[in-house]
Design a protein around this ligand. Structure first.
Ligand code: PAP
Length: 327
C-alpha cells in the first residue's frame, strides 16, 4: 500500500533498529485499513506512533506547571485544546478576541501531541520554544504509558472522554477521510469489529478510559476527568470546572462581563469550522476541516444497527463493571 499521503504516525517508516527489534517481540496485527499495529504496555499503536511513545518515555522532562490534554481519539480533543488555550490565554488580554491565536491557527497547531508531533518528529526535541507558562501538550496515550515519565511531577492532566458509539462513528468518518476510502457498510463493519476487539489505534478503548478514570479517582487534583456529553449539556458549568482545575478560575468580573460566553463562542464548532484556516489548512497530511464534523450527541443512531448497539453496549458494560464509570 502507498502510504505517503497518510499522516506520518500511521506509517512504519520512521522506526529505529532498536524499535524494530522490540516490535518483533510484541503482539502485532493488521488493522482494518491495512496498517500495522502492535501492542505495547497494553495499548495498540501504529509502528511510527510507538516510536514517538518510546521517545517520549525516554526523553520528556515535565515542568511543574505543564498541562497535558489527554483523550482517546475522536472524543473532543480539538474542542478541549481550543478551550484550554482560550482559558490560559486570558492574561494576554486579546481585546474582544479579535486577534486571538485560535482565529488563525488550528488548535492542533497550538497544542501539539507529545507522541504524534513533538517526540515523533525527533527523539530529542528542543522544547525551548515552549516558553509560555503553562506549557500545553496533548496526548492520546493512556495514562499508564505516561506514568513513569511524569510520576514525580505535579503537572496537571485533563482527560476528555465521549460515548463509545459516537467516538466510533466519528472515527469511521475520520479514517475514511484520511485513508480516502469509501464511507460504506463494509468499512463501518470492519472498523466496528476491530473497535470491539480492542485491536484499534490506542485501544482497547475501555482500558484507555479506565486508566484516566482510576487516575482521577486516585488523585483528583492532578487528573480531571471530563465528558463530551456534559460539555455539550452544561458548557458553562464544565468550562468553569476546567478553569478551576487549571488554577485560573473566572473572576466575578469576568463572568459579569460575559467572558464565559465569549470563550464558548470562540471555541464553538460553528465558529472554529467556519474560519478560513480550518477550512483550507492542513496538519500532518490531514485537512483541518476533517477535525470538524457534526459534533452531535447520539449521531451513532444514524449508522449502527440494533445488533451493533447491543454488542458494543454489552462489551462496555462488562469492561466498566465495578469501576463506577457510566455513560
Ligand atoms: P482528534 O482526536 O483527531 O483530535 P477530536 O477532536 O477528538 O479528534 O474529535 C473530533 C470530533 O469532535 C468530531 O465529532 P463528530 O465526528 O461526531 O462530529 C468533531 O465534529 C468534534 N468537534 C470538533 N471541534 C469541536 C468543537 N469545537 N465543539 C464540539 N465538537 C467538536
Amino acid at each position: 500500500m502507498d502510504t505517503k499521503h497518510l499522516p506520518s504516525n500511521l506509517r512504519d517508516d520512521m522506526i529505529s533498529e532498536e524499535t524494530k527489534s522490540l516490535i518483533s517481540s510484541l503482539p502485532s496485527h493488521t488493522d482494518a485499513q491495512g496498517g500495522k499495529i502492535c501492542k505495547y504496555q497494553g495499548c495498540w499503536y501504529h509502528y511510527n506512533t510507538l516510536q514517538g511513545v518510546l521517545n517520549f518515555q525516554r526523553g520528556f522532562q515535565p515542568q511543574d506547571t505543564d498541562i497535558i490534554l489527554a483523550s482517546y481519539p475522536k472524543s473532543g480533543t480539538t474542542w478541549l485544546k481550543a478551550l484550554t488555550v482560550a482559558l490560559c490565554d486570558r492574561s494576554n488580554n486579546h481585546s474582544s478576541y479579535d486577534h486571538h491565536p485560535l482565529l488563525s491557527v488550528n488548535p492542533h497547531g497550538i497544542v501539539p501531541f507529545l507522541e504524534l508531533n513533538i517526540y515523533h518528529e525527533s527523539s530529542s526535541p528542543d522544547l525551548a520554544k515552549f516558553s509560555s507558562v503553562p506549557r500545553l501538550f496533548a496526548t492520546h496515550m493512556p495514562l499508564h504509558a505516561m506514568h513513569e515519565t511524569i510520576k514525580d511531577s505535579p503537572c496537571k492532566i485533563v482527560y476528555i472522554c465521549r460515548n463509545v458509539k459516537d467516538t466510533l462513528i466519528s472515527w469511521w468518518f475520520f479514517k475514511c477521510a484520511v485513508y480516502k476510502t469509501e464511507l460504506n457498510r463494509s468499512s463501518l463493519e470492519s472498523i466496528f469489529k476491530s473497535f470491539c476487539n480492542g485491536t484499534f489505534s490506542y485501544g482497547p478503548f475501555w482500558e484507555h478510559l479506565l486508566s484516566y478514570w482510576r487516575g482521577s479517582l486516585e488523585d483528583p487534583k492532578r487528573v480531571l476527568f471530563m465528558k463530551y456529553e456534559e460539555m455539550k449539556e452544561k458548557p458553562h458549568d464544565q468550562i468553569k470546572r476546567l478553569a478551576d482545575f487549571l488554577g485560573c478560575p473566572f473572576t466575578k468580573e469576568e463572568v459579569k462581563n460575559g467572558l464565559v460566553n465569549e470563550i464558548l463562542d470562540l471555541c464553538s464548532l460553528r465558529n472554529l469550522s467556519g474560519l478560513e484556516i480550518n477550512k483550507t489548512g492542513k496538519i500532518n497530511n490531514i485537512d483541518h476541516k476533517v477535525f470538524f464534523r457534526k459534533g452531535e450527541v447520539g449521531d451513532w443512531k444514524n449508522y449502527l444497527t440494533p445488533e451493533m448497539e447491543n454488542q458494543i453496549d454489552t462489551i462496555i458494560q462488562e469492561k466498566l463493571q465495578g469501576s463506577g464509570l457510566k455513560f
